[in-house]
Write a protein that binds this ligand. Structure first.
Ligand SMILES: [Zn+2]
Length: 343
């Protein structure tokens, strides 16, 4: 694992557009230059209106998407759905609102709460990250006083070179939150194009929304599903398992993950469900033997849970993906243990 980059080996290096059906396009964005991931966007064009799912991380990337949408259709983007509050899916909101002033930005009620809490601080958080890198570059030392090696100095220098321009762009973002909330589900007819917006339960966040096109059998899943290695930094693993079952119950042939390429069957949904279930079941079995989580430490639980049988199924023979899988598995155990500690 690199010193500064969050998820090496799974970064998206090129923008890519995939046509899912007539008038339905998925856009995979290039990750920001500082290694910060950018979520996928999906464009759904009806006879009267357009609905976009997620506005991605950098406003400049959102503006590129908007220019492309205007080439695809003269209809306005009337709805923008934010699948969850993580800012790699919604910092482009302002760019969409500038381009389409009558836009309604939709999110689950819990997602809007979290967007209101964390969205406005996005640039300041990045600024602190850049400042600590700058300090490392200036002093040649880590926070704890340890000297940087020559290789680490180069890595810091490169990271700064990439982050400074991103920072300049982020400083100009005026965070735009959702303007309409829902708590369970609703449908919208864009003109000969039905879209059902659903909350299928908690998972990656407390307010994950999915968009489902029943006629085209397409579901846009947000970060409930990230391919090829899931993102698990926090969330609700026990409920996530059920939410994935609910997702798999939808009659869909095309699944758009929050990051990564489009999936054409449900195999990966079941794999994702199985790894979550295995982590939860193993944790519960261990706690049943040894007593409630409050008497245990994370290290003890880690030693008792083995997710390596899943490594090959997620990563194949790719070494970078295997490393990313191991990082994910360690996070997953931590999140499952934290959730068990709330009992
Ligand atoms: Zn994301």
């Amino acid at each position: 694992m690199g010193l500064l980059i969050a998820t090496p080996g799974v970064g998206q290096t090129e923008r890519k557009v995939t046509k899912l059906a007539d008038g339905v396009y998925e856009i995979e964005h290039q990750d920001a230059q500082d290694g910060f991931a950018s979520g996928n966007s999906t464009v759904i064009i009806g006879n009267r209106q357009v609905l976009v799912v997620d506005s991605c991380f950098l406003p400049s990337a959102a503006r590129e998407d908007i220019a492309q949408i205007r080439q695809w259709t003269g209809k306005p983007v009337s709805f923008l759905l934010n699948t969850h509050f993580h800012n790699d899916h919604n910092l482009g909101n302002q760019a969409y609102l500038n381009a389409f002033p009558a836009l309604t930005i939709v999110a689950h009620v819990e997602t809007k709460k979290d967007m209101d809490m964390f969205g406005p601080g996005s640039a300041a958080r990045e600024e602190r990250g850049v400042a600590s890198l700058q300090k490392m570059a200036d002093t040649g030392k880590f926070k704890d006083g340890r000297d940087l090696t020559a290789a680490e100095k180069t890595e810091v220098k490169n990271a700064l070179a990439h982050r400074v321009p991103v920072m300049e762009e982020l400083r100009k973002v005026k965070f735009q939150s959702a303007t309409l909330t829902f708590d369970h589900d609703f449908s919208v007819d864009l003109g000969n194009r039905e879209v059902r917006i659903k909350f299928l339960g908690k998972g990656n966040t407390a307010g994950d929304a999915v968009a489902y096109l029943p006629n085209e059998k397409i579901v846009i899943a947000g970060d409930l599903v990230v391919h090829p290695i899931p993102y698990i930094y926090d969330g609700y693993p026990v409920e996530w398992i059920q939410t994935l079952k609910n997702l798999a119950d939808l009659d869909a042939e095309t699944i758009v993950p929050g990051h990564g390429p489009v999936l054409h069957d449900k195999t990966y949904l079941f794999l994702l469900r199985d790894v979550l279930k295995s982590a939860v079941d193993q944790t519960n079995a261990y706690l049943k033997r040894t007593g409630p989580a409050m008497f245990r430490t994370l290290d003890e639980v880690k030693g008792a849970i083995d997710l390596t049988p899943f490594r090959q199924r997620f990563a194949g023979d790719d070494k970078d993906l295997a490393t990313a899988f191991d990082d994910m598995a360690a996070n997953l155990v931590k999140v499952v243990f934290e959730e068990a500690s709330l009992r």
